[in-house]
Write a protein that binds this ligand. Sequence first.
Ligand code: TYD
Length: 211
Amino acid sequence: MTARGRFISIEGGEGVGKSTQIAALAAFIEQKGFEVVLTREPGGTEGAETIRQLVLGGSAERWLPRAEALLFASARSDHVERLIEPALASGKWVISDRFIDSSRAYQGAGSGLSDADIMALHHIGSRGMLPDRTLVLRLDSKEAANRAAARDQNQPDRIQGRVETFHADVDIAFVSFAESEQRVRLVDASGAPHEVTMRLLAEISDLLEPA
Ligand code: TYD
């Protein structure tokens, strides 16, 4: 029987260097002999990518918080059932750029839905599935904004364009998840990329040991 793969989600505000770090993590895990599937949310499957366009595109007023939360949960459901679960079952590791904690932080803490409601949607959509480890990359908000602006050429999507207090609430939420849940780890994203990678690897080393 193939051992089940591990599921890692990477979280963090805009401009913290998630993409670079995800690639570095994947390369390291592959070197250890595992197959790695890289994916992202919202998205990862055809249906979920279609929902991504709906939820991230258009005007800021396009969706109210509850409808937005349902759309993210719906995209996640397709992603979990069609991509993440089958990959894990076949022994592959999955690294997702964002997962449920983004909904808890952005639609919950940021937009005012309760954590219980977000998790209720997650139970319906994805049987409450949680990552084995969640790594939250954190950077001083000014440095993050500068990096994100450079990357997006100042064209934020529906959610990136929200006011600073929204993003501060999101950050506070990630910190509180790390305080109350063992699987969630905060990682300092400042400094040279390889230094950040070393910090991330330290937080997943236990997962790489044989069970
Ligand atoms: P993306 O372009 O992937 O940017 P990044 O992850 O680099 O910030 O944008 C995804 C956006 O969607 C981001 O602003 C966070 C938001 N989001 C939610 O609000 N809720 C969610 O459940 C997820 C997965 C993402």
